[in-house]
Design a protein around this ligand. Structure first.
Ligand SMILES: Cc1cc2nc3c(=O)[nH]c(=O)nc-3n(C[C@H](O)[C@H](O)[C@H](O)COP(=O)(O)O)c2cc1C
Length: 159
């Protein structure tokens, strides 16, 4: 569904950014579990015009969800019930002027040491510590991931 197809009251664009601690079992392999999350996200988010980005790194998830307010909040409420992570903390939830992650229904990305731009955006060369992120730095981080993603164009499985 497009944003335009929705009633005015639910059309206003919202962005929610949160982080949480991964709680993935050892089996199946964590990357398969993340792929399953991404598959479900693509399927469900498409239906409700939610887009976003899921960053998977060093035991953490950081996710941006963008779309009509009610769709974003309903999706987030479902996500936080998921036993594959714990201790979610919302960094920011507010109206947004435009989508930053419009091209993605949801994609996941892990950081490698080579992702210099991301590490710069993090300003966290020593330790990856999402609890230190604020709205500005979290958005900068996720946009840096998005830009690297644009350049490297991930496999179809995770887009
Ligand atoms: C870190 C994380 C992020 C998730 N993101 C989304 C999401 O953006 N959209 C979504 O529908 N489900 C997401 N999920 C999965 C939901 O918690 C839930 O399993 C799924 O929506 C159920 O969908 P289904 O009933 O179609 O299988 C996420 C789960 C985790 C652990």
């Amino acid at each position: 569904m497009t944003d335009e197809a929705q009633p005015q009251s639910t059309r206003s664009l919202h962005r929610l950014i949160y982080f949480s601690r991964q709680r993935l079992a050892d089996d199946p392999p964590p990357n398969e579990q993340v792929e399953a999350i991404v598959r479900a996200s693509i399927r469900n988010n498409r239906e409700v015009a939610v887009t976003g980005l899921l960053l998977v790194h060093d035991g953490w998830f950081i996710q941006a969800l963008e779309g009509p307010m009610t769709a974003v909040l309903t999706t987030y409420r479902r996500i936080i019930e998921d036993p594959r992570h714990e201790a979610p903390v919302v960094i920011n939830a507010a109206p947004a002027a435009s989508r930053e992650f419009a091209d993605w229904n949801m994609c996941a990305r892990s950081l490698s040491a080579a992702d210099e731009a991301i590490i710069d955006a993090l300003e966290m060369r020593d330790a990856f510590e999402p609890t230190r992120l604020n709205e500005r730095s979290a958005l900068r981080l996720l946009k840096a991931v998005r830009d690297i993603q644009d350049r490297t164009s991930l496999s179809a499985a995770t887009r």
